[in-house]
Design a protein around this ligand. Structure first.
Ligand SMILES: Nc1ncnc2c1ncn2[C@@H]1O[C@H](COP(=O)(O)OP(=O)(O)OP(=O)(O)O)[C@@H](O)[C@H]1O
Length: 383
């Protein structure tokens, strides 16, 4: 769970001569361009001293986030997502293992280097964390002020980032006068004022309605492409991962249980925890059909129900004419659909086949020629 105090401290804990503090880290990574925005966790573990003893929040995490990708972290509540995210900017200190940013272990960083590191890593939050008594412009300007950036440069930067997030006219507005989506745009603008290499998103769209979520995701994608920013996000909204992430990692009880390209993990989830998380996206057999389902054919015109799955693992797309030719008889699409994720076709189709000369097993074999996976569910009476 996020702690508000430490989030505010994020913008606040620079030493008074903050402007000079950026130098050491900048020097340390200079000449290492290929690695900018690159992130690696190595045998990472995190324990907390909880009220009932030690809580093991993370263990043995080995994970690489590549430069410029949008990387999602999912897991049920308490799986360790926030803990992992917050080790990247050392809002949390690892108990074991290492976090390497641009190839460098951040464990030994002193305050100055930590401040410099946090300027290279922007962060946005679920509840935006804007200061209510300050205008949009002042909120965005705050990290620059803390860093001791001269006034004129601050003004220029604030204008630039507000334009980038589509809030040109809102500089003098107060947060209370903004919609949720606009507030998150302010949060994004504030996170970008130091031209970071990495952007951390902590449930950034979870407080927003679906339409606003879409517009914020579009903005994040645009920023990722335009600024070549590495984005790491945690979310409980699987649609967010599907919409914008390149790769995804699944945490379960503090362990990394699955990772891969989104099309692969979503198309064919291997770990039970992943399957549970993705279950809301899966279509279930409609109740009326479930009630009628029988193992064998009782009447000659009973219909065989088959579920065809497209996992993205092959080039296959649902070939409607092919269904008719291969299965014989009448083929009806009862439910389902496919979508394109990262150029792959993923989805499920529930088909009913009536009056086919083929038996169930022969139909299953035919179906495997036109889909990545098939399940014969049984028979139902003719419609
Ligand atoms: N400051 C803390 N002190 C003690 N235990 C903590 C602390 N922060 C997190 N934990 C515990 O560590 C575990 C992982 O928590 P974490 O917040 O990282 O999970 P999460 O996946 O982000 O959960 P959520 O989706 O609910 O935010 C949980 O058991 C949590 O109770």
């Amino acid at each position: 769970m996020s702690s508000l105090t430490s989030e505010y401290r994020y913008f606040d804990d620079a030493p008074s001569q903050g402007g000079e503090a950026a130098a050491p880290a900048a020097q340390a990574t200079a000449g290492n361009d290929a690695l900018h925005g690159h992130l690696r966790f190595s045998a990472l573990g995190k324990r907390y001293d909880g009220a009932q003893g030690k809580v093991r929040a993370l263990q043995g995490i080995d994970l690489t986030v590549r430069r410029g990708e949008i990387f999602g972290i999912i897991g049920r509540s308490g799986a360790g997502k926030s803990s992992l995210l917050r080790t990247i900017n050392r809002l949390e200190r690892p108990s074991e293992g290492r976090v390497l940013i641009d190839g460098e272990d951040i464990a030994g960083y002193d305050t100055n280097r930590l401040v410099a590191l946090r300027r290279r890593i922007g962060m946005i939050f679920q509840h935006f964390n804007l200061l209510a008594a300050k205008t949009v412009g002042e909120n965005v300007e705050l990290p620059l002020r803390v860093a001791g950036v001269p006034r004129e440069r601050r003004q220029r930067k604030v204008e630039e980032v507000l334009r980038l997030v589509g809030l040109e006219g809102k500089r003098d507005a107060y947060p209370a006068q903004l919609s949720g989506g606009q507030k998150q745009r302010v949060g994004i603008a504030r996170a970008l004022v130091h031209d970071p290499e990495i952007l951390l998103c902590d449930e950034a769209t979870s407080a927003l309605d679906p339409e606003t979520t879409q517009s914020i995701l579009a903005l994040l994608r645009e920023i990722n492409r335009r600024l070549k920013l590495t984005v790491v996000l945690i979310t409980h909204e699987m649609e967010v991962i599907r919409e914008i992430c390149d790769r995804v990692a699944v945490l379960e009880r503090g362990e990394l249980v699955e990772q891969g390209p989104v099309w692969q993990v979503f198309g064919a989830p291997r770990h039970p925890a992943t399957r549970t998380l993705l279950a809301p996206l899966q279509q279930k057999l409609p109740e009326d059909l479930l009630g009628q389902l029988q193992d064998g054919r009782r009447q000659p015109n009973d219909r065989l129900l088959m579920e065809l799955r497209y996992t993205g693992a092959s080039e296959r797309e649902p070939d409607l004419a092919g269904f008719g030719m291969r299965f014989g008889g009448r083929v009806t699409l009862l439910q389902g659909g496919v979508e394109r994720i990262q150029g792959r076709t993923l989805g499920q189709l529930l088909l009913a086949v009536a009056d086919s000369p083929l038996a169930a097993e022969a139909l299953r074999r035919q179906a495997l020629e036109v889909a990545d996976g098939v399940e014969v569910l049984g028979y139902v009476a003719a419609a």
